[in-house]
Write a protein that binds this ligand. Structure first.
Ligand SMILES: NC(=O)C1=CN([C@@H]2O[C@H](COP(=O)(O)OP(=O)(O)OC[C@H]3O[C@@H](n4cnc5c(N)ncnc54)[C@H](O)[C@@H]3O)[C@@H](O)[C@H]2O)C=CC1
Ligand SMILES: O=C(O)CCC(=O)C(=O)O
Length: 523
């Protein structure tokens, strides 16, 4: 049974993909009211539930956190990543609703609709107090031209506005295609009549509009924040509202929500909504449906596509990656068992067609498989990189479209404290994965099951002696391959069996004079 806790109000209709599937239990209850948090595999939230490290510690079985919306600033993504928990969001389900809400806020702001509404309801008729401005011909400054910024730009243009944009990641081609003017931040501040922010809240965007930058805006500017509280500094807003530099402010979001203590709400020129950007039936259905489908993919062992902390990959891309993923896991596990010593760095080289896949994913998968042998915590592609770095293990990825004899290959080299080891493998369509070289010895075996690696001197009788000892212990050899670098030098044997070998057999083999090293490997 896969258990899902839905902590914030999320559209039940949107949960349909999960409700219709078998062996999934969905509980709609706030985390604060649930006593047995440990039983859940998935947690669904909007922006109200704060997914802290402490909460994650109370949910040791948590595998996936689904944010039914865009911003994940209420989730400690770094901690989730360390714990191997996938974080997904619904990147575009609420784009239109938020763009429409922002536009409604802008229109309300310049025509004083909320203030006029209050006045009429107070039985007043003060027409001259609410003279507004047209949007037509004015310049809208959009900070952050992502999904919402782009939809807003379209609507503003339909109203005859000029649209100026600041977004450090915006190309000239894209701005021309959308029909907006690309500016640097100072130019936008100097020229725009209305400025609206549509970035995520990050270290860079926190306080992006502050005492200094608001000071560079046109006198009488209108400011709008329907993205995240804190992108516009609230103290600075109060200062510029007080001195009249800022004519009006529209806020859907606040530094602290609900905004119980902010002075901002005392200003007549400030209009506010309680974080309603995504609050439409349509958006809520969309975001719940999007994350439910993703979680279902996860339960079915398929690739999720909207993860915040995994490389994004379509199903199509994963089909190409899957054979190399298996090979990488086998090599990682083999080397970890084989090299029983601290490790300093891991290099993974992709050649030929293996270089065309999403290598970052496969590298993480290999590292996860390597670390799993050594650590008793949940390790997967989400946290493998972080955990390796924390343990001082460097990992390096090299990609080359050349091939050295195989149409595709993957070579992993591990530098340990005492020795260095390497394994090269290939994936053969319809045949599976093969290891083709171990520490420079050419060989050819399928990396699976109960294996025995033997390093020995290349003299007559070794194979017979090994066979005799195994026979004496009633061990049946399933497959056997040998490899050597030169006649009479060092050589290796790779054997596979139907059952694991126990220690007395390994000790008996080690006692043979011509045997240098013996290692049982379970894959
Ligand atoms: N009020 C509400 O209910 C909602 C609020 N949001 C907020 O809106 C934000 C934007 O959403 P989307 O447009 O979907 O995100 P997006 O990821 O499509 O767009 C964000 C844009 O901001 C730009 N950006 C990042 N750092 C920047 C910086 N320092 N200066 C200027 N631009 C920068 C990025 O290049 C990107 O184009 C979300 O992060 C979320 O916090 C989203 C949905 C609903
Ligand atoms: O869940 C909500 O209503 C908040 C939406 C939001 O802020 C987001 O998607 O980033």
């Amino acid at each position: 049974m896969f258990r899902v806790l839905v902590s914030d109000p999320i559209s039940r209709d949107g949960l349909e993909p999960l409700l219709e599937a078998e062996n999934i239990e969905i509980v709609q209850k706030n985390v604060a009211e649930e006593e047995n948090l440990a039983q859940y595999d998935a947690l669904f939230v909007r922006s109200a539930t704060k997914v802290t490290e402490q909460l994650m510690n109370q949910m040791p079985n948590l595998k996936i956190i689904a944010r039914a919306g865009v911003g994940v600033d209420n989730i400690d993504v770094d901690q989730a990543t360390r714990k191997g928990i996938i974080v997904i969001n619904a990147p575009d389900g609420n784009t239109i609703s938020t763009a429409e809400h922002t536009f409604a806020m802008i229109a309300s702001l310049v025509r004083h609709i909320p203030q006029a509404n209050m006045s009429v309801k107070n039985r007043e008729w003060k027409r001259s107090s609410f003279v507004g401005s047209e949007l037509h011909g004015k310049m809208l400054g959009i900070v952050g031209l992502g999904r919402i910024g782009t939809e807003l730009a379209r609507r503003a243009k339909a109203f005859g506005m000029r649209v100026a944009v600041f977004d450090p990641f915006l190309t000239k081609e894209r701005s021309e295609k959308i029909g907006v003017e690309k500016h640097d931040f100072e130019e936008l501040l100097n020229q725009a009549d209305i400025i609206t922010v549509h970035t995520p809240l990050t270290k860079e965007t926190k306080g992006l509009l502050n005492k200094e930058t608001i000071g560079k805006t046109k006198k009488g500017v209108y400011l709008v924040n329907c993205a995240r509280g804190g992108i516009i500094d609230e103290d600075a807003l109060c200062t510029y509202l007080e001195n009249g530099h800022v004519r009006g402010v529209a806020l859907d979001v606040f530094e602290v929500e609900p905004p119980e203590h902010t002075r901002l709400l005392e200003f007549e020129q400030v209009i506010a909504t309680p974080h309603l950007g995504a609050s439409t039936k349509e958006a809520q259905l969309n975001v719940a449906y999007q994350v439910s489908k993703e979680v279902l993919l996860f339960i079915q062992g398929k690739q999720v596509t909207t993860s915040i902390n995994l490389p994004a990959m379509s199903d199509e891309a994963y089909k190409k990656v899957a054979p190399y993923d298996t090979l990488a896991q086998k090599i990682g596990s083999f080397l970890s068992q084989y090299m029983n010593q601290p490790v300093q760095s891991i290099t993974i080289e992709y050649e030929g067609t293996a270089a065309e896949i999403e290598t970052a994913y496969v590298t993480k998968s290999m590292i996860a498989s390597f670390l799993k042998q050594r650590m008793d915590i949940n390790i997967n592609t989400v946290n493998a990189g972080v955990l390796a770095r924390e343990r001082g293990i460097q990992f390096i990825e090299k990609v080359s479209d050349q091939n050295s004899g195989y149409s595709n290959s993957m070579k992993v080299t591990i530098h340990g404290e005492q020795t260095t080891s390497e394994i090269k493998g290939t994936s053969i369509p319809h045949f599976g994965e093969r290891i083709v070289s171990v520490n420079g010895f050419s060989i050819d075996f399928h990396p699976s099951g109960h294996l025995l690696y033997i390093q020995h001197t290349d003299v007559p009788g070794v194979i017979g002696n090994v066979g005799r000892i195994l026979g004496n212990h009633s061990v049946n050899i399933a497959t056997m391959q040998v490899g050597r670098k030169e006649k009479g030098g060092e050589a290796i044997m790779m054997l596979s069996f139907d059952r694991p070998l126990d220690q007395p057999i390994l000790s008996a083999l080690t006692e043979l004079d011509e045997i240098v090293f013996v290692k049982a490997i379970e894959l």
